[in-house]
Design a binder for this molecule. Structure first.
Ligand code: FAD
Length: 432
């Protein structure tokens, strides 16, 4: 019998566990929290009270790992969204032309999505979810991780495993475990954004024409928001402020802050809507990438996954999509056997993360309010992206290239393809 233990049962842990099905006889997924039977909230995932989007590539990967998942979610109330016929994107102050890609996505609250993934995973052979289980530390024998020590109901237990995966989020412990074992720790890349999210669910007083309105920050105003249809007639209002320019949580202050970035119809819709929840905040200090792929020594029997490896600036909505892509990559690595698994998986994950981190850095460093080194290439690319966004107001080719790139369906280099470049340089042809 082979055993794997996944530490953390949030989207990262659930997707890591999915990749293991068929390769390990028993897959135990532990979490400190009680795990709700349905789509409830829990302490370990406070970000779930804020707008969560799955990118276009993430939808593909989720359906790859859980066939039929997003269709089932729509049947259960999630909102199908045509990209971008149903979505209004205002990026760097430019409203993007509609009806561009023909692709579609879904919108649902994070608890609904996570609940559905958790339920599907629990039905797979060999999988067991164990809530109320606090991870204390690894068991290491002859340099190999052979299990993990946990505390359940105040009692310490050892879970033996051939593979242990740290999917405990930004606070993932693998880095400090390496340190305590006297092993090299991964270098960390960091982009400080000093951001606060402030969100609530509302019910609009009258039907709203778009299913999603997304307004990004602009130089001089590092704030933005999302107004997004969710299951069962609820809408998520999420406001964000970077570089210390944070949204207030009192009623009048919240609406006043919205006026800084939202178009008048959204301001009116939010002001007239019925609040369904309190305004909740979430602080996000910095994007953080741990370079496990660069380590020469790493104990066999251990992997790191999801936000524990890289936690992205959430305004770009990439974390769950990257976790789903890592899940596909881990399954592929396991198909090739388990020899040298950590090195092969970290290298594959690094290739997934590299372009996403680049997009993050590019977006953040376009704002003068964000402190960080801007190379000549970064400055030139950001001038190009600013022009592309302007052209995408009326040019469907430019808009499609941009949407498919930020949706991670294609690499960042795709916005430099000759057909796109020509339109951006020429200022784009008007689409009539
Ligand atoms: C405000 C905000 C908005 C976001 N919006 C988006 C978005 O729009 N789209 C998107 O794709 N991503 C978004 N993200 C990122 C996304 O939430 C994460 O990428 C995603 O949850 C995957 O993370 P994870 O599972 O690796 O870690 P986490 O979600 O942080 O989960 C860690 C898990 O580990 C458990 N745990 C921690 N310590 C222990 C312990 N000692 N013992 C046992 N269990 C433990 C916790 O209970 C939790 O279940 C957002 C993040 C934030 C903060």
């Amino acid at each position: 019998m082979t055993d794997a233990v996944v530490l953390g049962a949030s989207m990262g842990g659930l997707l890591a566990a999915r990749a293991l099905v068929g390769f390990y006889d028993r897959i135990t997924v532990v979490d400190r929290d009680p795990l709700p039977a349905d789509a409830g909230h829990r302490r370990g995932v406070p970000q779930a009270r804020h707008f969560h989007t799955i990118l276009l590539r993430g939808k593909e990967a989720l359906d790859d790992m859980f066939p039929g998942l997003t269709g089932d979610l729509v049947a259960e109330g999630a909102i199908p969204v045509g990209f971008n016929a149903d979505a209004r994107f205002v990026l760097a102050g430019h409203t993007m032309v509609r009806a561009v890609t023909g692709a579609s996505d879904i919108q649902a609250t994070r608890p609904m999505l996570e609940g559905a993934v958790r339920a599907r995973l629990a039905d797979l052979p060999g999988v067991k979810l164990v809530p109320g289980c606090d991870v204390l530390g690894p068991i290491v024998e002859h340099g190999r991780v052979t299990g993990v020590k946990v505390s359940r109901d105040g009692t310490e237990e050892v879970l033996r495993a051939d593979l242990v995966i740290d999917a405990m989020g930004r606070s993932g412990r693998a880095r400090s475990w390496l340190e305590s074992l006297g092993l090299p720790t991964p270098a960390e890349d960091r982009i400080d954004v000093n951001m606060v999210y402030a969100s609530r669910l509302v019910r609009p007083a009258t039907p709203f024409p778009d299913k999603l309105v997304l307004v990004g920050p602009v130089p001089g105003r590092p704030t933005g928001f999302a107004f997004a249809a969710q299951e069962h007639g609820q809408w998520m209002v999420t406001q964000v402020g970077m570089a210390g320019d944070h949204p207030p949580t009192d009623e009048s202050g919240y609406l006043a802050f919205l006026k800084r970035s939202a178009p008048p119809d959204v301001q009116d819709a939010v002001a007239a809507s019925e609040p369904l929840t309190e305004i909740r905040t979430h602080r996000f200090p910095a994007s953080l990438r741990r370079r496990y792929e660069r380590l020469r020594r790493f104990p066999p029997g251990l992997l790191v996954f999801g936000d524990a490896m890289c936690s992205f600036n959430p305004i770009y909505g990439q974390g769950m999509t990257v976790a789903a892509m890592e899940s596909e990559a881990l399954r592929k690595c396991l198909r090739d056997g388990d020899t040298d698994l950590a090195r092969r998986f970290f290298r594959a994950a690094g290739k997934i993360i590299d372009p996403v981190w680049q997009l993050n850095a590019l977006g953040d460093l376009a704002l003068p309010e964000i402190v960080g080194h801007r190379s000549v290439a970064t400055k030139a690319l950001n001038r190009y992206v600013a022009r592309l966004q302007r052209v995408a107001e009326h040019d469907p080719v430019a808009a499609t290239a941009f949407i498919r790139t930020i949706g991670l369906l294609q690499p960042p280099s795709a916005i430099l393809r000759p057909d796109v470049l020509a339109r951006v340089v020429m200022g784009g042809r008007r689409h009539t």
